[in-house]
Design a protein around this ligand. Structure first.
Ligand code: PHE
Length: 463
């Protein structure tokens, strides 16, 4: 498989997969979802989903990828179950949708590099005008998509691996420094309370649906991104421990992002936590305020550096999102890699235009749909995120684990997982994963999928 390329080292795969997982989902998505989901109760559900359900899905995806050395559609074919390749097709479709809106947010983050560099902390008060300047933020998005396409066209092991190894740890250090600073602000503890002390009356089907969607999105699961990355992994790699590291790194960064944002909201609101549920604009409004309170040249440098690192984190994620359809077109349709990359990236950019326009610029896309049982309209970007993250990804994950345990069969999965993990067979982890992949995850994910469809699209809440 020399032409497909592969990761050059053990660390290379782990860093690239962690790079896929860690991105806007952690730093942009997680705090705003926690804010809207009422705080610690959401966090608790999210953590349970990540470790109990998503980790087994991750292990399964990587194993299927490594076993077959194929894209998500080719993987099902290669295992001899062509009828199941619709799961891969659905994943590719989800990836299209996700990248289309993800790139819009990445464009905002990219624009903020410049705003911070010129010390424009007041952008916090002008965020809604910023996102409505669609030609400007559209141009930022276009540059971002082109950069993603450029990296993907260079192949999997070159750029991605090298950049991730150095930039991910830098992002972590930067976040830790900001967390330290946030915690010193007055009223920081009101933020921490909101974030960490659960109020169980806040638990609802909506919180459960959003926490599960967030877990899948943040861990890059359910659409075959990790089947694709797994296809480039060496047989000596220990999949179960690599997946554990990736899960921990991703959850860790998300939790720290919350530690950075919520104390600041406590500070800004004088302890009332007003504005915490403001939605997708949350970090774009609160973070400039952090850098503004630091102030001056130092604040500008810190702000610029932060958004540069955030853009890199987003880039390692967009690269993995684009890699999925590209690997499919290259493997299955025999298109040259460079050609496939630019075609797919161009198409996704176009599909993203309604998400770009739906933040106040176009009335139609800003109030795109009113769900049954809801009084307010939902914008196009949020609608696509509901469809992709909260509905398609958990469904994809459910089908992948069901397939692995009952169609491909557990002993084949076990066999693949024991390559590179000599002590895996007979371990407690093996027993747990067999149970989770075979029964727990398909049942719970299937159940939540039904709740999601009923609640979101039909307005029927069974709780
Ligand atoms: N996990 C990425 C993030 O949190 C987004 C992503 C989703 C990447 C699905 C690949 C596949 O930013």
């Amino acid at each position: 498989m020399a032409t497909r390329g592969g990761f050059s080292s053990r660390l290379g795969f782990i860093m690239a997969a962690a790079g896929s997982a860690v991105g806007l989902g952690n730093i942009w998505g997680f705090p705003y979802e926690v804010g809207q989901g009422g705080g610690a109760a959401f966090v608790m559900m999210y953590l349970i989903f990540c470790f109990v359900l998503c980790y087994p899905v991750m292990v399964t995806e990587i194993a299927i990828g490594r076993k077959t050395e194929k894209n998500p559609v080719g993987a099902f074919n290669a295992l001899g179950f062509k009828k199941w390749n619709f799961v891969g097709k659905m994943g590719i479709f989800s990836g299209f949708l996700i990248l289309s809106f993800y790139n819009v947010i990445a464009g905002w983050a990219f624009g903020y590099v410049y705003e911070m560099a010129i010390g424009n902390f007041a952008i916090a008060d002008h965020f809604s005008e910023f996102v409505q300047d669609v030609f400007k933020v559209g141009a930022y998005g276009m540059v971002f998509m082109a950069t993603t396409a450029f990296v993907v066209s260079k192949g999997i092991s070159g750029g991605i691996e090298k950049a991730a190894k150095f930039l991910m740890p830098s992002l972590l250090i930067m976040i830790l420094l900001i967390v330290g600073y946030s915690l010193t602000l007055p009223n920081a503890m009101d933020g921490i309370k909101f974030y960490l002390i659960p109020d169980f009356s806040k638990l609802s089907s909506e919180v459960i649906i959003n926490a599960l969607g967030q877990a899948f999105f943040s861990l890059s699961l359910g659409m075959g991104a990790l089947i694709t990355y797994g296809s480039y992994v060496n047989k000596k790699e220990n999949i179960v421990s690599a997946a554990a590291f990736i899960t921990l790194a991703d959850v860790g960064i998300a939790v720290l992002a919350g530690m950075m944002i919520f104390p600041l909201i406590g500070f800004m609101s004088g302890g009332t936590m007003d504005g915490v549920g403001s939605g997708p604009g949350l970090i774009f409004v609160t973070l400039p305020q952090i850098f503004g309170t630091i102030g001056g040249t130092f604040g500008a440098i810190a702000g610029t550096l932060f958004f540069v690192l955030l853009c890199f984190a987003a880039l390692t994620s967009t690269v993995s999102l684009l890699e999925v359809p590209v690997a499919y077109v290259v493997d299955e349709k025999n298109v040259r890699r460079s050609r496939a990359v630019w075609l797919v990236a161009g198409a996704i950019f176009l599909i993203g235009i309604p998400s770009l326009l739906g933040n106040g610029y176009s009335d139609f896309f800003s109030n795109f749909i009113t769900y049954p049982g809801s009084e307010t309209a939902t914008d196009f970007l949020s609608f696509i995120a509901n469809v992709a993250n909260d509905t398609l990804l958990p469904l994809g994950g459910c089908l992948i684990v069901f397939f692995a345990a009952h169609i491909w069969k557990k002993h084949n999965l076990d066999e693949e997982l024991s390559h590179g993990a000599p002590n895996y067979k007979g371990s407690f982890l093996q027993k747990y994963l067999n149970f989770a992949v075979g029964y727990l995850a398909p049942a719970v994910l299937g159940f939540i999928f039904i709740i999601t469809v009923l609640k979101t699209y039909f307005g029927v809440d069974i709780f």
